[in-house]
Design a protein around this ligand. Structure first.
Ligand code: PEP
Ligand code: MN
Length: 345
């Protein structure tokens, strides 16, 4: 359903604005029944005001002491928009920065299958220089008869592997009832493509105070993805990483059609970090490397890549999972390209 009732505006303060003037503007925003969001730049302070459109009266702020200009935000997404927050959002996770100048590489198996498989993969991806380790304990499978993940046993292995290797953990949450238990172990909560528009789940992870990796569903538009991010951010959790993982089209030569235009477009429309998933994006191991390179070239802040010590034995997504040596090679090839586009690895 479309939403046309919530609105926002940004109030740019003069460089000479005093602390008292900033506080007065914030107070007036609150008195108007709106929510203020203060962002202090190097030179200027910008205050966003968000809330119901019936309460949104930009004229009441024009000409106030310390106020330079007032601009209504016309986009349906506010907190997620570049208009609201001009600088790139950089999220720090165990000392690693996502959305800054470094290229983030999230790697690991599709599913946690056993303690041995997870530890072996962690050793491989850490050695290759990955930033974070991924692996699903709860798996969204098309068939109810397919492997559904190890559940709480998988979470326990993720906890142990995190302690052993010191890599931040990215793992999927499918159900509001599991958010607390998963957030106790994970450093990043993944919302899978099947749940991009599960609004109750988005609200719940918005309250979890852990960074969220939000995947774009196969039939979700860029605008709808940003509205989904808005749901998380509206709960006060601004640490959202957007993930493009391919959309549905007529062509069955790939599992999904990677939408690299969306990667570049999201970087324009939003300040949030954007990562690309070539594994689900293509479903083909032989396409993971070329699409990874392309995504970095169009401005992705990072990649999410499935790696398995023995892909032929994988319980899910084996055909798209890289062998260890393929992952090492890809990481080696990515380095000079990352540097070319101004990113370190
Ligand atoms: C996954 O990351 O393993 C996964 C299930 O991805 P998606 O939600 O993009 O299909
Ligand atoms: Mn998978």
């Amino acid at each position: 359903m479309a939403n046309g009732t919530t609105q926002a505006m940004i109030i740019v303060l003069k460089t000479s604005a005093t602390e008292q003037q900033v506080a007065d503007v914030v107070r007036r925003i609150e008195e108007a029944g709106l929510r203020p969001h203060l962002s202090r730049g190097e030179f200027r302070t910008i205050i966003g005001a968000i809330g119901d459109e019936t309460r949104m009266q930009p004229d009441r702020f024009v000409g106030l002491p310390g106020v330079d200009n007032v601009t209504p935000i016309m986009k349906p997404y506010k907190l997620a928009s570049r208009e609201f927050h001009a600088a790139n959002t950089c999220i720090e996770i165990m000392g690693r920065k996502v959305g800054g100048t470094a290229l983030t590489v999230i790697a690991g198996p599709c599913a946690v299958e056993s303690r041995e498989q997870l530890f072996e993969t962690a050793r491989i991806v850490k050695k290759a220089g990955a930033t974070m380790l991924r692996g699903g304990a709860y798996k969204p499978r098309t068939s109810p008869y397919s492997f559904q993940g190890l559940g709480s046993e998988g979470l326990q292995y993720l906890k142990e592997v995190r302690e052993e290797f010191g890599l931040p953990i990215v793992t999927e949450v499918m159900d509001t009832r599991d958010v607390e238990a998963i957030a106790a172990v994970a450093d990043v909560l993944q919302i899978g493509a099947r749940n991009t528009q599960n609004y109750r789940l988005l609200t719940e992870v918005g309250q979890a105070r852990k960074p969220v990796l939000l995947k774009r569903g196969p039939a979700v538009t860029v605008k709808e993805l940003l509205m989904a991010a808005e749901y998380i951010m509206a709960e006060g959790n601004h640490d959202v990483i957007l993930c493009e993982r391919g959309v549905r089209t007529f062509d069955d030569s790939v599992r999904n059609m990677p939408d690299l235009a969306a990667v570049a477009n999201l970087k324009i429309e939003s300040h949030l970090p954007v990562v690309f998933d070539p594994s689900h994006g293509t479903g083909r191991r032989d396409l993971v490397a070329p699409l990874s390179m392309a995504a970095v070239a169009v401005g992705a802040d990072g990649l999410l890549i499935e790696v398995h010590p023995h892909p032929e034995d994988a319980l899910s997504d084996g055909p798209q999972s890289l062998h260890p040596e393929e992952f090492y090679e890809l990481m080696t090839r990515l380095k000079p390209l990352a540097e070319l586009v101004g990113r370190g690895m």
